[in-house]
Design a protein around this ligand. Structure first.
Ligand code: HEC
Length: 245
C-alpha cells in the first residue's frame, strides 16, 4: 500500500517566503499602527496649537470680531463708535407710537396710523403668532402650548431641577385690558421670564401679532349668535379660565 506521506518538505508554507520579505512585512504592519496612535493621541490630548484643518471650505477668514483691536485706527479699536449725528439704516425711531408703542411716554391705546387693521393684517398676525408665540402660549392663547406641556412633564419628573413659569393665559381679564401699545412693547421687549422678540420680529409684524391676539380674545368671548348657524353646531362645554383649546 503506498503511503500519502512523502519525505519532500511540505510546499506552500510561510517558510518558503524569503525571510527578508517577512521582516519587511512585519515592519510595515507595525508602521501601520503609527497613524492611528498619532490620531488617537491628538484627539485625546489638549494642545496649544490650532486644529489640523485640511479641507478649509472657507471656514476661516480674516475678520474682526467684537472687541478685537485693529492697528488701522488711532484708538486701536476695530469696533467703531457711531458717527455723531447719524442714524443706522432701519434704526430711525422718528415715531415712538409705531416703533415703541408709546405716545407721550404712555402705552398707546390705539394702533399707529401706519398700520391698518384689516384682514391682511390679521392673516399676517396669525402667521407670525403661530411661528413665535404658539409654542408657549398655545394655539388659542390660553398659555397651554407644547413647550409648556413639555416643561410640565420635566417639572413633574424633577428633570435637571427644571423650574418653569407658565406662559400667560392671554384670555385672563387683565390681558384683555392690555392697551395695544403695551402688547406691542411686551412682544418686542419681553416681560418677566418671557424674552423679547424685537430682534426676530419687525415692528410691522409685532403690530400684526398684537392685532391677532385681540382677535383671539374677541373670538373667545364672542356670543354664540355671532356665529352663523351657531344653533346647528355641536356644543362643547368650555372652561373659560383657559386650559381647553
Ligand atoms: C418661550 C415661551 C414664550 C414665548 C415663545 C412667548 N411667550 Fe409670552 N410669556 C411667556 C411667559 C413665561 C410669560 C409670563 C412671564 C412672567 O410672568 O414672568 C409670558 C407673558 C406674556 C404676556 C403678559 C405680559 C404682561 O404684561 O403680563 C403677553 C402679553 C405675552 N406673553 C405675549 C406673547 C406674544 C404675543 C408672544 C409671541 C410674539 C409670546 N408671548 C411669546 C412665555 C412665552
Amino acid at each position: 500500500m503506498s503511503s500519502q506521506h512523502s519525505d519532500k518538505p511540505v510546499t506552500g508554507t510561510l517558510w518558503e517566503i524569503p525571510r527578508g520579505f517577512i521582516y519587511v512585512g512585519v515592519l510595515l504592519l507595525c508602521l501601520l499602527l503609527v497613524p492611528p496612535v498619532v490620531i488617537l493621541r491628538a484627539r485625546a490630548m489638549p494642545s496649544e496649537h490650532p486644529r489640523i484643518h485640511i479641507i478649509q471650505n472657507m471656514d476661516n477668514q480674516p475678520k474682526y470680531l467684537a472687541q478685537h483691536s485693529s492697528l488701522l485706527f488711532n484708538d486701536g479699536r476695530a469696533m467703531r463708535p457711531r458717527v455723531p449725528g447719524t442714524v443706522a439704516r432701519g434704526q430711525m425711531i422718528d415715531d415712538t407710537h409705531f416703533w415703541l408703542g408709546l405716545v407721550d411716554g404712555e402705552y398707546a391705546t390705539t394702533f399707529p396710523t401706519q398700520v391698518t387693521v384689516d384682514d391682511a393684517l390679521l392673516d399676517r398676525g396669525r402667521e407670525q403668532y403661530d411661528i413665535f408665540c404658539l409654542p408657549c402660549h398655545g394655539v388659542t392663547g390660553a398659555g397651554d402650548g407644547k413647550v409648556h406641556e413639555r416643561a410640565m412633564v420635566l417639572l413633574n419628573n424633577g428633570t435637571n431641577g427644571t423650574v418653569w413659569v407658565q406662559p400667560r393665559n392671554l384670555h385672563q381679564p387683565d390681558m384683555q385690558d392690555l392697551p395695544p401699545g403695551q402688547m406691542f412693547h411686551t412682544i418686542g421687549e419681553g416681560f418677566g421670564n418671557m424674552a423679547g422678540y424685537a430682534a426676530q420680529i419687525t415692528p410691522e409684524n409685532r403690530w400684526a401679532i398684537t392685532a391677532w391676539v385681540y382677535a383671539l380674545q374677541v373670538g373667545r368671548n364672542a356670543p354664540a349668535d355671532a356665529v352663523p348657524a351657531a344653533d346647528t353646531l355641536p356644543v362643547k362645554s368650555h372652561n373659560l379660565d383657559g386650559g381647553d383649546s
